[in-house]
Design a protein around this ligand. Structure first.
Ligand code: CA
Length: 239
C-alpha cells in the first residue's frame, strides 16, 4: 500500500511518515498543496493523509481537485485514493467541508499514532471489502494490526517489505498484478523504477511461504503466488 502524507510541519510530517513506514507502508511526503497535487498526478496512491491548513494550495482544494480534476483520476479503472484528513481545525464546519469534498475520514490533531494506524487500516480495508484486521485468503492469514503472517496456521517470519507485499496481494486476491503496479503500490518514489526489487521480493516471499508448508509434504509445492506469463503475478483465491 502506498501512501502520500501531506503536511507542512516538517517534524510532524517526518514522524507520521516514519511511523507508517515502520508498519510496512510505502510513504511519500509533500509539504504543501501544490507538491501534493504534483505527486498525485504522477504516482498511484492508495491513501492520502491530508492536512487542511497548507501553504500554496489549501488541503480542501487538494481534496476537491483530487476528486474532480480529470488529470488526477487513476488510469485502468483503479480506485482513486482514500483521503484521511489530519487537521487541528476541530470545528464542525471544517470536518463537514472535508467530507463534502470527498474525504473519507478525518482525525483531529493532536492524535495518538495508534489511532492514525487504525484509521489507515480501516480505510485501506474498505477498498478490498473485507472486515477486521485479519486478512485471510486460501490457507494464508495476515494480522495487519499485529504484523503476523501465517500459512495453514504456521507462522511465517517476514521482513517489513515482504509483509507489505503479501498484504497487497491479500487485499487483491485473484487479480493479476503487474510488476509496475506492485512497484507503484508497495514501493515509494525513492525506488529505482528499473530495479528488479519486485521480482526479488516476490521470490523471497514465495520461498518463505513454501517453507511454511514443509511439514505437510502434499502441499509443499503448492505456491499461492502464481506467475502469469507476460502479465505479472496473481495470488490464488481458492476460497
Ligand atoms: Ca498545517
Amino acid at each position: 500500500m502506498r501512501l502520500l502524507v501531506v503536511e507542512d510541519e516538517p517534524e510532524l510530517a517526518d514522524a507520521v511518515a516514519r511511523g507508517l513506514r515502520r508498519d510496512g507502508y510505502a510513504v511519500d511526503v509533500a509539504h504543501d498543496g501544490q507538491e501534493a497535487l504534483d505527486r498525485l498526478a504522477i504516482n498511484a496512491y492508495d491513501l492520502v493523509c491530508l492536512d487542511l491548513n497548507l501553504p500554496v494550495v489549501d488541503g480542501l482544494e487538494v481534496c476537491r481537485r483530487l476528486r474532480s480534476d480529470p488529470y488526477l483520476q487513476p488510469a485502468n479503472g483503479e480506485p482513486s485514493p482514500r483521503v484521511l484528513i489530519l487537521t487541528a481545525r476541530d470545528k464542525l464546519g471544517d470536518r463537514v467541508a472535508g467530507l463534502d469534498e470527498g474525504a473519507d475520514d478525518y482525525l483531529v490533531k493532536p492524535f495518538a499514532f495508534e489511532e492514525l494506524l487504525a484509521r489507515v487500516r480501516t480505510l485501506l480495508r474498505r477498498d478490498s471489502g473485507r472486515t477486521g484486521a485479519l486478512l485471510a485468503v486460501g490457507d494464508l492469514t495476515l494480522d495487519t494490526a499485529r504484523f503476523e503472517a501465517a500459512r495453514a496456521g504456521r507462522p511465517v517470519d517476514l521482513t517489513a517489505k515482504e509483509f507489505a507485499l503479501l498484504r497487497y496481494f491479500m487485499s487483491h486476491p485473484g487479480e493479476v498484478l503487474s510488476q509496475e503496479h506492485l512497484l507503484e503500490h508497495v514501493w515509494d518514489e525513492n525506488t529505482d523504477p528499473f530495479t528488479n526489487t519486485v521480482r526479488v521480493t516476490v521470490g523471497t516471499l514465495r520461498r518463505k511461504l513454501a517453507a511454511a508448508t514443509v511439514e505437510a509434504p502434499d502441499e509443499s509445492d503448492d505456491q499461492p503466488i502464481e506467475t502469469v506469463v507476460g502479465a505479472g503475478y496473481r495470488l490464488r483465491d481458492d476460497g
